[in-house]
Ligand binder design. Structure first.
Ligand code: ZN
Ligand code: ZN
Length: 312
C-alpha cells in the first residue's frame, strides 16, 4: 500500500503545507487509486508528484469544510482537459452533489468522462473480493466521516516443499490443495489440503479520520487498525480550543492509538500555528505512542504486509 500526503495543513495553507488531501494506492488491487479530501490547490500539489489525474478513480470526501473540498471543481475539470476517459466516482456527505453541480454548471464546464457523485451515509460504501470500505460518522461542526478500509483475509502460503516430497508437482491441483480440499493422489494416497497451507494472512485495516473531536465512533474507527491516519490540529496545551472547534490534540490521538491497538499512526491536519515546526506535536504523540509519523507535504510512505514503513 502506498500513501502520499499531498496536503497536511488545517484550515488555511501555510508556506510549507497545503490544505487536506492524500492519495492511497492499493497496489495489489487492479491499481485502485483513491484520493481522500481535495483542498484548494490539490491539483498543483499533484504536479510535484508522479501521480496523474487519470489514474485516480475514486475520491472520498470526509466533510464539506472548504479546506477539504475547494480543490474539487478545478481538479475534476482538469482531469477532463487532460483527456482522462475512465470513470471517476466521488463520494461525500449530503450537499456534495449541489456543490459539484453548481460549480461545474455555472462555470460552463463540460466533463468528457463519466462522473458519478454519490452522497453517503454511515455504513459500507462498497466492497469486493478484496476489501470493504466503510464510512463511520464522527463529531465535527459539519457531518464528518472517517473511512475504515478492511482488507479481507487471504489463505496462507502453500508448503510447496512438503508437497514435492510427496511427488505432487505444481499444476491445477495446487489450487484445490490451497482451497483445503481432500485429494486422492495418483498412488492412492489421500491428502488433506489444509495440512499444506500456512495460517490465514490477516487482512490489513486502514483507518482515516476526517476532522473530529474525540468520541465513541472514532474508537470504533481506530480499533486494531494497522494504519491510522488522524488529524492533530492542536497541542494538548490547547485542548480546550480543540474541543471547542471539534478537533483533536496530538496527545488525545496518541492515547486513542495506544488503547485501540493501532500499529502505525500518521498525524495530519496540522494547525498553521505549528505547521513549520512539528517537533512538539511529534514529541507529544511519541511520548504515548512511539510509532508516530508526521508527514510533510508530498511525502510518500510505502507500507509492507509486515507494517514495515519506507519513506520515498
Ligand atoms: Zn479541516
Ligand atoms: Zn473541518
Amino acid at each position: 500500500m502506498k500513501i502520499q500526503f499531498l496536503g497536511t495543513c488545517a484550515g488555511i495553507p501555510s508556506k510549507m503545507r497545503n490544505v487536506s488531501s492524500l492519495i492511497i494506492q492499493m497496489l495489489h488491487y487492479e491499481n485502485e487509486c483513491w484520493m481522500i479530501d481535495c483542498g484548494e490547490a490539490t491539483q498543483h500539489q499533484l504536479l510535484h508528484s508522479s501521480m496523474t489525474l487519470s489514474k485516480i478513480n475514486k475520491i472520498f470526501i470526509t466533510h464539506l469544510h472548504g479546506d477539504h473540498i475547494y480543490g474539487l471543481p478545478g481538479l475534476i475539470s482538469s482531469r477532463s482537459f487532460q483527456g482522462a476517459t475512465g470513470e471517476l466516482k466521488l463520494f461525500g456527505p449530503k450537499g456534495i452533489k449541489d456543490f459539484i453541480h453548481t460549480s461545474l454548471s455555472i462555470s460552463g464546464t463540460y466533463i468528457r468522462y463519466p462522473l458519478e457523485v454519490i452522497e453517503i451515509d454511515e455504513g459500507v460504501l462498497f466492497s469486493n473480493h478484496a476489501f470493504s470500505f466503510e464510512a463511520i460518522k464522527l463529531e465535527h461542526g459539519l457531518t464528518s466521516f472517517g473511512f475504515r478500509i478492511q482488507e479481507k483475509d487471504t489463505p496462507g502460503s502453500l508448503n510447496v516443499e512438503k508437497l514435492k516430497s510427496l511427488g505432487v508437482t505444481p499444476g491445477p491441483i495446487f489450487k484445490q490443495i490451497k482451497e483445503g480440499k481432500q485429494i486422492t493422489l495418483k498412488d492412492g494416497t489421500v491428502i488433506n489440503g489444509a495440512d499444506f497451507v500456512g495460517p490465514l494472512k490477516k487482512g490489513k485495516v486502514l483507518a482515516i479520520a476526517g476532522d473530529t473531536r474525540q468520541c465513541n465512533n472514532v474508537k470504533r474507527l481506530a480499533k486494531n487498525a494497522d494504519i491510522f491516519i488522524h488529524e492533530a490540529t492542536f497541542l494538548d496545551k490547547d485542548k480546550h480550543l480543540a474541543y471547542e472547534h471539534y478537533h483533536s490534540t496530538a496527545k488525545e490521538v496518541a492515547l486513542l492509538a495506544k488503547k485501540s491497538n493501532v500499529k502505525l499512526l500518521f498525524l495530519n491536519h496540522i494547525s498553521s500555528r505549528y505547521s513549520e515546526n512539528t517537533r512538539d506535536l511529534l514529541q507529544e504523540s511519541e511520548g504515548v505512542f512511539s510509532k508516530t509519523f508526521i508527514p510533510n507535504d508530498l511525502q510518500t510512505y510505502i507500507i509492507k504486509q509486515n507494517n514495515e514503513v519506507t519513506l520515498k
